[in-house]
Design a protein around this ligand. Structure first.
Ligand code: IPE
Ligand code: IPE
Ligand code: MG
Length: 248
């Protein structure tokens, strides 16, 4: 793996990788285990990847989709398990994040979270504010359409109150109102588990992202797999709608 790491590190790296961590349930079902065991294994895979991303590669932004707005509709026991798992994760990893220079940010509708988890998030965000090696954004209770609707409401109210001119409502004004404001758009989106869809993840921000759908289930996603995905990304030609040799 070290040679692949060297090869990937020598090439052009994405600035921002966003991952839809999917397949925990199927991983567990394949082993005759309850879905919750898959979530536990998935949390370990996330931990492993954050550690690797935070220490071995100069990719400054990593975003992980942990729980969607639509995931609230899952059985109550599974939702409760996931909330506890996230709280455990934050409690257990905070010191390591600080040590590794990881800066935590959380996007999504946090109002819906248990108050104790919200407190842990607030504390984690404050404690890691000086982290300058990796900005780790966790999308939690997050849905892109909900995010866009909230942005539209704020923009409309700014226009109605005379704080913003209608002519100023452009791409930049919208991006500024999104929860990802200040974070560059993802260059690469990875989804595990073989599903080839975005499931309401960062719909505005992925306009020109490279997409990679991997068959591996999230708990089996290793740093080696991550490196192979980055190597494949490096072979892609991003054109952004232009033609080769047209400037830049
Ligand atoms: C991803 O795994 C974790 C969350 C969405 C919270 P799933 O729980 O969706 O696992 P599958 O897709 O059912 O296998
Ligand atoms: C997307 O996975 C959300 C997360 C990984 C957190 P889902 O399992 O919820 O998506 P669908 O239902 O297969 O589209
Ligand atoms: Mg799923």
């Amino acid at each position: 793996m070290s040679t692949l790491l060297e090869r990937v590190s020598a090439g052009a790296l994405p600035r921002h990788v966003a991952i839809i961590m999917d397949g925990n349930g199927r991983w567990a079902e394949a082993r005759g285990l309850p879905r919750t065991a898959g979530h536990q294994a998935g949390a370990l895979a996330a931990e492993r990847l954050i550690r690797f991303a935070g220490t071995r590669l100069p990719i400054p932004y990593l975003t992980l989709f942990a729980f969607s707005s639509e995931n609230w509709a899952r059985p109550q026991a599974e939702v409760a398990f996931l909330m506890n798992l996230l709280a455990d994760f934050l409690r257990a990893r905070l010191a390591e994040f600080v040590e590794a220079g990881v800066r935590l940010r959380v996007i999504g509708d946090l109002e819906r979270l248990p108050a104790s988890l919200r407190d842990l998030i607030e504390n984690g965000v404050a404690a890691t504010a000086a982290g300058d090696r990796l900005q780790l954004t966790i999308a939690l209770s997050y849905g892109a359409r909900q995010e866009l609707a909230a942005a539209a409401r704020r923009i409309a109210s700014d226009v109605a109150a005379g704080r913003l001119e209608l002519s100023e409502v452009g791409e930049e004004a919208i991006a500024d109102q999104l929860e990802t404001s200040g974070i560059p758009d993802p260059d690469l989106v990875i989804r595990t588990s073989g599903e080839e869809r975005l499931s309401n993840f960062l719909l505005w921000q992925v306009a020109y992202a490279e997409l990679r759908f991997a068959d591996v289930l999230w708990p089996d996603f290793t740093p080696a797999e991550y490196l192979r995905t980055l190597a494949a990304y490096q072979t892609r030609k991003r054109r952004f709608g232009t033609v080769e040799g047209s400037g830049e």
